[in-house]
Design a protein around this ligand. Sequence first.
Ligand code: MN
Length: 722
Amino acid sequence: MIVNPKHKKMLDELLEACRQHLPNTDEALISKSFEFCLEAHKNDLRESGEPYFTHPYEVAMIVAREIPLDDITVISSLLHDVVEDTEFNLDILSKEFGKEVAEIVDGVTKISGIFKGQEITQAENYRKLLLSMVKDVRVILVKFADRLHNMRTLQYVNPDKQRRIAQETLEIYAPFANRFGLGRVKWELEDLSFKYLNKEAYDEIARKIKSKRRERESYIKKFTDPIIEKLKEYNLKYEINGRPKHLYSIYRKMVTRNKPFDEIYDLFAIRIILDTPNSNDCYTTLGIVNQMYLPVPDRFKDYISIPKTNNYQSIHTTVIGPEGRPVEVQIRTAKMHEVAEKGVAAHWRYKESKTASDKDLENWVNWIRDIFENASRDEARKELLESFKLNLFQDEIYVFTPKGDLLRLPVGATPVDFAFEIHSKVGYHCIGAKVNGKIVPLDTKLHSGDQLEIITSKNQHPNKNWIKFVITHKAKAAIRKWINKEEEDIIKAGKEIWEKKVKKLKLSFTTSDIAKLITSLKYESPRQFYKSIAQGKVNLDEVLTATKEKEKKDKGQLLGFDNFADIARGDVGGVLVDGKKSGIMYSYAKCCNPIPGDPVIGYITVGEGIKIHRKTCNNLLKISERDVSKLVSVQWPETESSLFVAGLSVNGEDSPGILNDISHAIVSYQNTNIKSININTSNSTFEGSVTLYVQNLDHLSRIIERLKKLKGVYSVERFESA
Ligand code: MN
């Protein structure tokens, strides 16, 4: 219950405004939202020192009086800052006031978020962005009312903020208001912005208008008196105003036409608004005006027969008034006037609203027309409100770079598309992405308004799987190119291995020998054969030994092949078997990836020499159960110059900087290279796995220490298979 008499009076005034201007008023729900708003904002103050609550209240008043559509919009206005500024969330709003209200408040909150901290450099893109985000036209009405009230009370904020908000209003909100046919809102936003952006010019024009007022009014009276007489004769109800020229529009004309104030301002203009449902009366009135005054050729425009794209309708003409001065005359019905001033809010109230359409508003406008022509009034209202859906740029989304630049992408685009859109280098080395500060999988679908940051590492390369989810041509082409190049590299490496080995065994193969061999091994092409060699799928030793046996039958099976596996891995070293350096072929087990310093043990395999495992390797325990005699003791040599791969799993609290922190901690220690990083987040935690190149156990331990010191990291553990 509202006890404070001041609040009671405010609520009464709001309800009265709603009754006057809205088709239906759910007074109980409006009262409830009023109380809710009062309670939710009870501890907050505006910069003016007033209770914060007065802001949503005034916004609701603007919606009810100046751009009235329905009571849901009024309720949403009262609640529009609740989610952003108080502890109440959308679920509560949905429960208390319904899903529609919650969705409108959500939309308003998101739109506001877009502008936070952004430089306004690409106004047109911002307007498109706004449109693409708005699904319910009422979001726009609330947002405009919100902006209008903020502009009306802008004197209380600091000068920097005044300028920023005024600039944004002039560049984005005002043209956007015009687009939606909110003529009155548009000029007020323009004049208020002008006042804060160029106070000197504003004051000067305001002063001059004031000093000329009397002269102007008497001229307009002289001009309109005979017209009024005639209108009365025809029994037409009318309203005539000497149309006020808005300060900003005078200023803009002075600048663009390079003319002094007097020349612009002395162009008199009047507007005749007829209280009639019949647009023919406008033409009757035009006839009256033309009888009185001589029309200026080529200045006649009939926007009644052909409305403007924002549904503006009116007749425009210019005639020569008393003293030979030109006067602009606009003639329209009251309904046309309301549409001109209140735009979309006025549309649904008038069944006959004729609509032309431009591309952007086409769907929306057609929809309204269909509904009005085909449905009964009540159904029309319900359906219309349900489907005031604007999805104007359906196939595009707009996302931000960290610097706030806008990038346009097709719907369904992912962070990888974004990365390639920025630069192919960014795409090629992309290891992770943050959307709105949170790490996300690379195949995440982006939404309009998302802010993206791509994390790169010079050791990262495109993954074949990317091709499955990227959608831009640029990304697809670049990834394919890389996959092809990678394949070429593999083939080249395979060929080198082959040639080295052949040379070592002092064999010689002619091209046709190779072709025969390849065919006998059932490979389709030499490329495939070399690729298989590089991938370790061909037992080259067997193949070549068979060939060589023809010459030297007594050669041992393993002899001479000691460096094969190592070439493929890129490391050539030598472990000590039973304390001695031996020529025996060996390689490191992939299941546990031992690194120098790890206690290791060898396992003798068939055909692959000795596999070096960590003593703790689970896999080794299993296989050695079968035959313990195959275990052989091995030691690391004193110096080992190769790099080894080790894997770490890192867990902790998800925070925007975490991926950067982890990679920085690794890379900044002796230029350690990262092979890969994967991070998955759920709720507020992350689980990451990192593989990196280290020299030895000491090197790895240092890095583990560094990672453990990072803020938000809970645990760092080495894992076996990388
Ligand atoms: Mn607000």
